[in-house]
Design a protein. Structure first.
Length: 395
């Protein structure tokens, strides 16, 4: 039986990314609401005005027209950032689910409303086709309370839902599953630390296929150093700055867009530029790289303690998959945990980069969130009899 046609939709506030499986044709519409641009992997690059997500999706479906598989589109999978505590796995979308995603916009005001635009556009244009929501938070929804509670008054958790949710879950789930395959061992028997290092960066402690702790928190701002986000910070700093007269919007801008690699280096949010600057002798760029690697190292140590052991560390994301130096720098001090790299294999970005005989393996696993969403969508829509996915196992 041929694989069913599944459309994966990732709607941002002014962009729409669509990928059609199994072929993998991708279309991006950016700057929706202004002078938009439509770029497709099959050689289209158009400038035009696109008013809203509805129109963007209609255009995308037109452009994909000739390329649809024989059975047409059998399901649509939507990336949704926040599923709160409601969803620990993908879910078929109906009006009630749509209402909950809308209600959760309070927790993810930058993301869920945009994701909803995509859902509404697709439900409107493809009313007969099952639609599935796949949540970034789902993989972490089963974390124990010792990991998800902040040390705040309990009523803020109970009444305001302030807790650690975690993000990048689809990626952490996908690379965990791939790691088990690469290690030739069942996922249920493994203790993994997965490191998703891109513009956003997060770590997860994955024990027996479940996320038991993760570095992003109530928002995707916590934890590791990122391209433009600070990661871990003493909340007292925020009070100090606010009392000093900084507005909430200014503080938001600093923490989300002017911090991280960019803020420390003063050069760029892009790892390659920061490395280049450090090599050219800029001390602040060197400091940014040090902080980046140090945060990774201490998180791996903390998660080994959280899980009571460690079988493998898994690198993914643009930096994790490509930057041998950061991998070497972040693992350098972890020999005491049994982590040692094979320098040559690390330089080649091999899948297995741990040294021969080291107690803990180190893997490089390219992430594929869209593939994971497509698989989860096909399964949730009842189209594919596939082996259980990591998102399933996280229940
Ligand atoms: P996003 O989180 O936006 O999806 P990516 O996962 O693509 O981002 O990661 C972007 C980061 O990956 C940037 O900091 C970029 O410098 C880094 N990166 C991409 N390719 C390389 C490379 N060959 N060497 C080092 N860093 C790289």
């Amino acid at each position: 039986m041929p694989e069913p046609g599944v459309l994966v939709v990732n709607a941002g506030s002014s962009s729409l990314k669509v990928k059609l499986f199994p072929a993998g044709d991708a279309v991006l519409v950016e700057r929706i609401g202004g002078d938009s641009r439509l770029v497709a992997s099959f050689g289209i690059d158009e400038e035009r005005r696109v008013a809203h997500h509805d129109e963007a999706l209609r255009l995308v479906l037109e452009r994909l027209g000739q390329r649809l598989p024989a059975g047409g589109i059998r399901a649509v999978g939507h990336r949704v950032v926040h599923g709160g505590v409601h969803y620990s796995r993908p879910v078929a979308i109906d009006d009630a689910v749509e209402a909950i995603i809308e209600e959760l916009s309070a927790l993810a005001p930058l993301h869920n409303p945009a994701n909803l635009e995509g859902i509404r556009a697709a439900r409107g244009l493809l009313p007969e086709v099952p639609q599935v929501a796949v949540f970034d938070t789902a993989f972490h929804a089963g974390m124990p309370r010792r990991a998800f509670l902040f040390g705040l008054p309990m009523r803020l958790y109970r009444e305001e839902r302030v807790r650690r949710y975690g993000f990048h879950g689809t990626s952490h789930a996908y690379v965990s599953r791939r790691a088990a395959t690469l290690l030739g061992r069942p996922l249920e028997a493994l203790k993994l630390v997965t490191l998703h290092l891109g513009n956003g960066a997060s770590a997860a402690a994955v024990a027996g296929g479940r996320s038991v702790d993760t570095s992003m928190g109530f928002t995707p701002m916590d934890g590791l150093l990122m391209g433009t986000r600070s990661g871990d910070i003493d909340p007292g700093v925020l009070l100090h700055l606010l009392r000093g007269g900084l507005s909430v919007d200014d503080l938001d801008r600093i923490l989300n867009r002017e911090s991280g690699l960019l803020g420390l280096s003063g050069v760029s949010n892009d790892m390659r530029d920061v490395r280049h600057a450090a090599e050219a002798g800029q001390p602040d760029a060197a400091a940014a790289l040090e902080v980046f690697a140090y945060r990774i190292a201490k998180t791996v140590g903390a998660y080994a303690a959280a899980m009571g052991g460690l079988d493998a560390v898994v690198f993914t994301g643009g930096i994790g998959e490509n930057d041998a130096r950061i991998r070497a720098e972040s693992m350098a001090g972890l020999g005491f945990l049994g982590l040692r790299l094979d320098d040559e294999r690390n330089r080649r970005n091999d899948a297995h980069i741990g040294a021969e005989g080291a107690a803990v393996e180190v893997l490089v696993v390219p992430t594929d969130e869209e593939r994971m969403i497509a698989d989860a969508t096909a399964e949730t829509a009842g189209l594919a009899a596939r082996p259980p996915r990591a998102t399933e196992e996280a229940r």
